[in-house]
Design a protein around this ligand. Structure first.
Ligand SMILES: [Zn+2]
Length: 233
């Protein structure tokens, strides 16, 4: 459900009924039509009770929701889809209490749903690869010494690598990762994990960041402090 934002009305139209939600699952699960996971046969028919499909060759029944977020749930799919909409559209993070009132389920059920949805969304984020124009930098975070030394090498702080998609005047997706230190190896692993190959990447001229150039179209330059706002909006 990534892509352009849907309005409440669009959502209601598409996912307002059990049939609509089931259709969305079918399209994602079997984009080229039903295929039996047991014998590979491509013919089957749906059984109305709780979204099962039966293979017309081996007659094995497959649950539409098996292996999905909605597996072994007694809730209507519409409630799940509304929960996903509410989680995705609430920037501050919807609470279990609020969700329970909105979709009329118990607080316990709502908190279980939230947990599952957040894990699924986190998984989606973890397989996303940044692309196009990307800025990479390292940063030091935390530490107990308020007002201590700034910049690289400050003691008690944690190194973090940050990559951000530069979409002109705004930021796109961001990848952040804690690393043991900023060196060729950690930089190379970070880039491999979060970026598609051969993207345009800009960073400052720190020698360990030169590693980026091995798999990416890399430009390194020293950013003068007075240019930071302009070059790295
Ligand atoms: Zn079969």
């Amino acid at each position: 459900m990534k892509g352009k934002e849907m309005t409440l009305i669009d959502w209601q139209k598409q996912y307002g009924t059990e049939e609509g939600c089931a259709q969305a699952l079918i399209e994602r699960r079997w984009p080229e039509g039903f295929r039996c996971p047991c014998c590979g046969h491509d013919g089957g028919y749906s059984i109305k009770t709780r979204g099962y499909w039966e293979c017309s060759q081996c007659h094995k029944q497959t649950s539409l929701t098996a292996g999905t977020l909605f597996h072994s749930t007694n809730l209507p799919l519409t409630k799940w889809f509304w929960a996903i909409y509410l989680v995705a559209s609430d920037k501050g993070g919807i609470s279990a209490l609020r969700l329970s009132k909105q979709i009329n389920v118990s607080w316990i059920t709502a908190s279980r749903m939230l947990r599952k949805i957040r894990i699924a969304m986190g998984h989606r984020d973890s397989i996303y690869r940044l692309h196009e124009l990307i800025e990479i930098d390292d940063a030091l975070i935390g530490g107990r010494h308020a007002g201590g030394k700034r910049g690289r090498g400050a003691e008690g702080k944690t190194s973090v690598l940050v990559a951000i998609e530069n979409r002109e005047k705004r930021a796109g997706f961001i990848a952040m990762q804690q690393v043991s230190g900023v060196n060729g190896e950690t930089v190379s692993q970070f880039v491999k994990r979060h970026l598609s190959p051969d993207q345009c990447v800009r960073s400052d001229a720190l020698p360990s960041l030169a590693e980026i150039g091995k798999t990416q179209n890399h430009t390194a330059r020293v950013t003068p402090p007075d240019k930071a706002g302009e070059w790295l909006p």
